[in-house]
Write a protein that binds this ligand. Structure first.
Ligand code: ADP
Ligand code: G3P
Length: 508
C-alpha cells in the first residue's frame, strides 16, 4: 500500500445534489460520486432539505468516489468542502439531531421577520456592516424563524445546547466526530452570507445578534477558507485525513476559475445564477443592488472580497418547464425546442418565483409571462425561459460594471446550463462580452480542492490554479447593437409587470 499523497477529495454539497470529486495534482477529475436529495415544499414559498439525508448522502458519495478511483485515505492529502450557502441548520450538540429541517436559501417564509427588522432603520440598516440588504435570502431570518417557531428551541439555544451552521459547518462537525468532539467551525465566505458577520473585522456582530435574538453560543468559530480545521473521525472512510478547505459554492467556483485579479468575474449557471467579480482586498459597497461578500481568504493572508449578483431562478425554470408544464422530457431538450423557432415571438418570461433577487431585491414580485399573442407556441415559451437567464445576467452585469467601473471583456462560465449552446451564444450577444468555458466544468468542487490542497502544501498557491486552468470553448458576440438594446428594453419592461404583485389579496 502506497502512502504517497496524490489526491484531494472535494465535497460539493449543492441545492439539488451532493457530489464528491477526487482531483489529482493537475487539477483533473479522476473519480466522482453524486446523489440527489429530496426537495421538501411544505407550503408555497417554503423549501427544506433533511440534514440527516444530506449527511448520509455525503458519506455515501465519498465511498462511491473512493471506490471509483480505487484509492484509500492514505493517498488523500486533504479534504475540501463547498456548499450551498445561507441554507440554515440548527442541531443539538448532545444528540447530533437537527431540531428542524434545513431551511434552504430559496425559502421565503421569513418575509415577516425581514419586515420586522427593516421597520427600524429600513432594509439597508445592516448593509454597511454586512454587505447586503435585508431579504429572506441570508441565514439571519431563517435562524430567527426556527428560534421563534419550533417549540422549545429558544430555551435549548439559550441553555447552550444548540449549534447553528450552514451545510459546510454541519458536514465538518459530523465528519470530525459529531457528538464525540466534532469541530464547530465555518469559513469567512459562508459567514459572510448570514448577515451576522462584520465584513471588515471578519467577526460576528454582537449587536446584530442581539437585535435578532440569536444567542452567540450557537454560532461557529469563523476561520479562513484554507487551513486545517480538523481531521476525519475514527468511524469514517477518511479517518485522520485533514479537512483543510471550506468555501461557499459560488466563491469556490470563483477560486476554481482562477479569478484572482480585481475585475475578473465568473457566472455559474445552475439552479440559480451567481456572478462574482473579484474586487480586491477592500470590501466595496454596491450602489446598484449587488451583495458585497468575502471571496476567499487563504490562511492568514488578507481577505479578498467580491461583488455578487445572485439570481434565484434560472436552471430551476427549465426544471419547471420539465416537471410542471411537462413541455420537455429533460432539461437539455429545451435547447431543441427553443431552437425550433428563430426568436422569442415577442414573449418574455420573468421567473420571479421567489420574488426578484439581484439587482431588484423585490420580495413582492411574482412570475409573469408577458407579450403573448395567439401566434405563440410552447417553443416560444421555452425560448423565453432560456432567454430569461441571459437577460437576468445582463441586469447583474450592468450593475457590476456600474459599481466597479470595469468594462468586462470576458466572463468565465460554469454550471449545468453552460451545456446549452443556444443560451451561451445568446448570453454573449446580450452582454456584448466574450463568454468562456474552462476544460474542467466542476469548478466549484475544484475551488474547494485547491483551498484544501494549498493549506497542506499539496499545491503551492494561486499560480498552480492559474497554470491548471484551460479554456475549452468560447462564444463571441454576434448580435447587432440596436437589436440587443431593443431586446433588453423589452425585458426591463417585462420586469416592471411583475412588481407590486404580493399584497393582502394574494392567497399564497
Ligand atoms: N442543456 C441544458 N439546458 C438548459 N438547462 C440545463 C441544461 N442542463 C442542465 N440544465 C439546468 O441546470 C441545472 C443543473 O445544473 P447544476 O450546475 O448541476 O446545478 P446545481 O449545482 O445548482 O444543482 C438544472 O436546473 C437544469 O434544469
Ligand atoms: O447549490 P447551488 O449551486 O444552487 O448554489 C446555491 C447558492 O450557494 C445559494 O446562495
Amino acid at each position: 500500500m502506497t502512502t504517497e499523497k496524490k489526491f484531494i477529495v472535494a465535497i460539493d454539497q449543492g441545492t439539488t445534489s451532493s457530489r464528491t470529486i477526487i482531483f489529482n495534482h493537475a487539477g483533473e477529475n479522476v473519480a466522482s460520486g453524486q446523489l440527489e436529495h429530496e426537495q421538501i415544499f411544505p407550503h408555497a414559498g417554503w423549501v427544506e432539505h433533511s440534514p440527516a439525508e444530506i449527511w448520509d448522502n455525503v458519506r455515501q458519495t465519498v465511498g462511491i468516489a473512493l471506490a471509483d478511483a480505487q484509492i484509500n485515505r492514505h493517498e488523500v492529502a486533504a479534504v475540501g468542502i463547498t456548499n450551498q450557502r445561507e441554507t440554515t441548520i440548527i442541531w443539538d450538540k448532545n444528540t447530533g439531531e437537527a431540531v428542524y429541517n434545513a431551511i434552504v436559501w430559496q425559502d421565503t417564509r421569513s418575509q415577516d421577520l425581514v419586515d420586522r427588522l427593516a421597520a427600524d432603520g429600513g432594509p439597508d440598516r445592516f448593509r454597511p456592516i454586512v454587505g447586503e440588504t435585508l431579504s429572506t435570502y441570508a441565514s439571519i431570518t431563517k435562524i430567527m424563524w426556527i428560534l421563534e417557531n419550533v417549540e422549545g428551541v429558544r430555551e435549548r439555544a439559550e441553555a447552550g445546547d444548540l449549534l447553528f451552521g450552514n451545510p459546510d459547518t454541519w458536514l465538518l462537525w459530523n465528519m470530525t466526530g459529531g457528538v464525540k468532539g466534532g469541530v464547530h467551525v465555518t469559513d469567512v465566505t459562508n459567514a459572510s452570507r448570514t448577515m451576522l458577520m462584520d465584513l471588515k473585522t471578519l467577526e460576528w456582530r454582537e449587536d446584530i445578534c442581539e437585535i435578532a435574538g440569536i444567542p452567540m453560543s450557537m454560532l461557529p468559530e469563523i476561520k479562513s477558507s484554507s487551513e486545517v480545521y480538523g481531521y476525519g473521525r475514527k468511524e469514517g472512510l477518511l479517518i485522520d485525513t485533514p479537512i483543510a478547505g471550506i468555501l461557499g459554492d459560488q466563491q469556490a467556483a470563483t477560486f476554481g476559475q482562477a479569478c484572482f485579479q480585481p475585475g475578473m468575474a465568473k457566472n455559474t449557471y445552475g439552479t440559480g445564477c451567481f456572478m462574482l467579480m473579484n474586487t480586491g482586498t477592500e470590501p466595496q459597497m454596491s450602489e446598484n443592488g449587488l451583495i458585497t461578500t468575502v471571496c476567499y481568504r487563504i490562511g492568514d493572508q488578507a481577505p479578498v472580497y467580491a461583488l455578487e449578483g445572485s439570481i434565484a431562478v434560472t436552471g430551476s425554470l427549465i426544471q419547471w418547464l420539465r416537471d410542471n408544464l411537462e413541455i420537455v422530457p429533460t432539461s437539455p431538450d429545451v435547447e431543441a425546442l427553443a431552437a425550433s423557432v428563430d426568436s422569442n415571438g415577442g414573449v418574455y418570461f420573468v421567473p420571479a418565483f421567489s420574488g426578484l433577487f439581484a439587482p431588484h431585491w423585490r420580495g413582492d414580485a411574482r412570475g409573469a409571462i408577458v407579450g403573448m399573442t395567439r401566434y405563440n407556441t410552447k417553443a416560444h415559451i421555452a425560448r423565453a425561459a432560456l432567454e430569461a437567464t441571459a437577460f437576468q445576467t445582463r441586469e447583474v452585469l450592468d450593475a457590476m460594471e456600474a459599481d466597479s467601473g470595469v468594462k468586462l471583456e470576458e466572463l468565465r462560465v460554469d454550471g449545468g446550463m453552460t451545456a446549452n449552446n443556444l443560451l451561451m451564444q445568446f448570453q454573449a450577444d446580450v452582454l456584448d462580452t466574450r463568454v468562456v468555458l474552462p476544460e474542467v466544468a466542476e469548478t466549484t468542487a475544484l475551488g474547494a480542492a485547491y483551498a484544501a490542497g494549498i493549506a497542506v502544501g499539496f499545491w503551492e498557491g494561486e499560480q498552480d490554479v492559474i497554470d491548471n486552468w484551460n479554456e475549452a470553448k468560447r462564444w463571441t458576440p454576434e448580435m447587432d447593437a440596436a437589436e440587443r438594446e431593443r431586446l433588453v428594453r423589452q425585458w426591463k419592461k417585462a420586469v416592471t409587470k411583475t412588481l407590486d404583485w404580493v399584497d393582502e389579496d394574494t392567497a399564497i
